[in-house]
Design a protein around this ligand. Structure first.
Ligand code: MSP
Length: 646
């Protein structure tokens, strides 16, 4: 049974660097979870913010010649302003320099001090400035900080300590009794392993002479609070702990989403702080993996950070969101490449989803005056699709509940692919002439299926799916409970003007120039590791192999010769949902004016390639004639551009 209330949090991002894709990922994930949970009927409060104290921030400010306050005031805006551009709608944004936060930290410190859970002691140990913490001798790696690999200094200092060790057993019992408290499960084992080594007490102060940029400790103003003790408290500070009713309302439903590198601070430091303060533990702590670049964590210091702003500006924020959520399994690492993003865009969004919508809308425009046709009673074919779309709601809900967001997306995309196949199989553009009721039924089914997909993908791509829903002539569905088959009203006006997701060029494809080739027989693919035992004989391909090749009808809109070549024509073609440029080696036999306005058959899913510095986004099929001429392959009568041959 899903919960009916959630309080979802992201980490508070350090203001020592500008936001990057790692930050964007966690915030997009929490935004999507929040939207899914709201769709499933829950009430959700979503918090994010910035971590503004500590040595790293103080140093970053010094390097810029600014006071820490000037520095954080400026940099927090980079985060705050970025989120709406990624269509992230948080409910609250907390800065650790705000009075509501500093007050809560001081209240918590005072409470723990008064009850004897904080004590003062001289402490000698290895201090890492970069990691802002002491390490025990045996924790060092080759005498260096295990986190950063940088130098450590042996220092003796009088400091305040939180009796973390006192709460270790209670914490262990809680983790064991509550599977799902730390997610994914392997992370819970990691924390239990950490507890097995025995918990130390936690140094929670820094002398002001060493670090001035922090929250002063209420019972000793010569010290500021350790940045983690400070930052973690934000999760209750933002709710007005201890007195605000918002705290009572939301805190029991808290779900923290963090990266795996800050698992210990959250699942050990924070939880023991809460146990000491008598505050119940959060519902869950979810540790995500990292986005890697060339198999290394993207990080500022490695200089391999992909700029999310750049990606969203080139491909659109919702394509980036789709990619981040579809290509990352929550908890595991994933490699970020622009190529993978473009592939996702082209295959899932431009092709499967966008093209289907355009094809269906095109036919409705042509044959039903642009109005949703009345599907009438479904036949067994449609019954199957209706059952699939209807059960999808529950499956998506379960998958999201299990954090398998990538699978929830995939299940919805499978419905979209099923609709594509159904559209091809039932061929409404043919049946319109022989059996208009069947054509109406097919198109209604596709449009209604698309409305279901739009609703279930809305948490991932809120604006694009709102656009699709509106283009289908439907009202947005805000509660999954209200998503019922038949909700799309016959007679509603379709307004699908633009391609929802334009196809994109592959960013790094820069193959050596090569002349265009007329169609060649498909080469036999290398045997896949997973290929079934009965391989087809040499020279023969399987049906599945054939279905990989997308042959589509295109209408030639423009044609011109490529300068410097007598063989090449540069064509602009209409592929239904989009326009493409094709560079074709047909210029010796066919003049540009002979081909404009004609329909041709092209391979629509061929990887783009550069020919004479021009990108060719497909291949036109043609046959050599014995006289040395060329016959273009074309349908015998007009068909909608983009229709697939099969
Ligand atoms: N300020 C602390 C968190 C305090 S929470 C009370 C912090 N900030 S951070 O800016 O360094 O990192 C914030 C989050 O970004 C972490 O969860 C971290 O895992 C995540 N990411 C940073 N780089 C990342 C990737 N390359 N990939 C995915 N997330 C990663 O830690």
């Amino acid at each position: 049974m899903a919960a009916d209330r959630y309080y979802n949090t992201t980490p508070l991002y350090y203001l020592n660097a500008k936001p990057h894709i790692g930050h964007a990922y966690c915030t997009v994930l929490v935004d999507a979870m929040t939207r899914f949970e709201r769709l499933f009927g829950a009430e959700v409060h979503f918090l994010t913010g910035t971590d503004e104290h500590g040595q790293k921030v103080q140093k970053a400010a010094e390097q810029r010649g600014l006071t820490p306050q000037q520095h954080v005031d400026e940099l927090q805006a980079a985060f705050r302003d970025l989120w709406p551009t990624l269509h992230i709608a948080y409910d609250d944004f907390i800065r650790t320099t705000e009075p509501r936060h500093t007050q809560a930290v001081r209240t918590l410190l005072q409470r723990l001090y008064d009850q004897g859970d904080i004590y003062v002691q001289d402490y000698a140990g290895w201090y890492s400035t970069a990691a802002e913490r002491f390490w025990a001798e045996e924790e060092l790696v080759d005498g260096k900080c295990p986190d950063t690999g940088l130098e450590v200094q042996y220092i003796t200092e009088r400091n305040y300590f939180f009796k973390m060790s006192k709460y270790g057993e209670t914490l262990r019992a809680h983790i064991v009794a509550n599977p799902g408290f730390i997610r994914p499960a392997n992370r819970a084992n990691e924390v239990l392993g950490f507890l097995d080594k025995g918990l130390q007490d936690l140094c929670i102060s820094r002398p002001k002479e060493r670090l001035s940029w922090g929250i002063p400790i209420p019972f000793d103003e010569d010290y500021v609070t350790y940045v983690w003790f400070d930052a973690l408290t934000n999760y209750i500070a933002a709710l007005g702990w201890p007195d605000d009713p918002a705290f009572e309302k939301w805190w029991p439903h808290a779900n923290h989403y963090i990266g795996k590198d800050i698992l210990t601070t959250h699942s050990v430091y924070w939880t023991t702080m809460l146990l000491a303060a008598g505050v119940p533990l959060p519902q869950s702590i979810t540790a995500t993996g990292w986005w890697l670049s060339g198999d290394r964590k993207m990080s500022k210091s490695l200089g391999n950070v992909v700029d999310p702003l750049g990606m969203k500006d080139v491909y659109g924020p919702e394509v980036l969101r789709y990619f981040l959520l579809r290509d990352m399994v929550v908890g595991l690492d994933s490699n970020f490449t622009e190529e993978a993003l473009v592939k996702r865009n082209n295959s899932d969004l431009a092709n499967d989803l966008g093209n289907l919508a355009r094809r269906a809308a095109g036919l409705v425009g042509r044959y039903f005056e642009g109005k949703v046709p009345d599907g009438g009673p479904p036949t067994p074919d449609e019954e199957e699709i209706i059952a699939e779309a209807t059960s999808l709601r529950g499956r998506v809900q379960d998958l999201v509940g299990d954090l398998a967001v990538h699978n929830a997306i995939e299940e919805t995309m499978q419905l979209v692919r099923r609709l594509n196949k159904y559209m091809t199989d039932t061929a409404p553009f043919k049946t319109i002439k022989t059996d208009p009721a069947a054509a109406a039924r097919s198109l209604y089914t596709v449009l209604e299926g698309l409305r279901h997909a739009a609703c279930l993908l809305a948490p991932v791509m809120p604006e694009k799916m709102a656009e699709l829903t509106a283009a289908l002539g439907a009202e947005p569905v805000t509660l999954i409970h209200d998503l019922r088959w038949g909700g799309l009203a016959p007679g509603a006006t379709l307004t699908m003007e633009e391609a929802l997701f334009p196809r994109r060029d592959m960013p790094t494809v820069d193959a050596p120039e090569a002349p265009a080739e007329p169609a060649k027989p498909a080469k036999k693919e290398k045997a896949d590791k997973k290929a079934p035992a009965s391989e087809p004989e040499a020279g023969v391909i399987t049906f599945d192999d054939f279905m990989k090749v997308e042959l589509r009808v295109a209408t030639v809109l423009e044609a011109e010769r490529v300068s410097g070549s007598d063989k090449l024509l540069r064509l602009q073609v209409d592929l239904g949902a989009e326009r493409r440029q094709v560079v074709a080696g047909i210029g010796k036999q066919i003049a540009p004016e002979q081909i404009v306005g004609r329909q041709v058959v092209m391979v629509a899913n061929l990887a783009p390639r550069k020919i004479f510095k021009l990108e060719s986004q497909g291949m036109i099929l043609a046959i050599d004639t014995p006289e040395g001429g060329l016959e273009l392959l074309q349908p015998t009568g007009p068909v909608p551009a983009g229709e697939r041959a099969h």
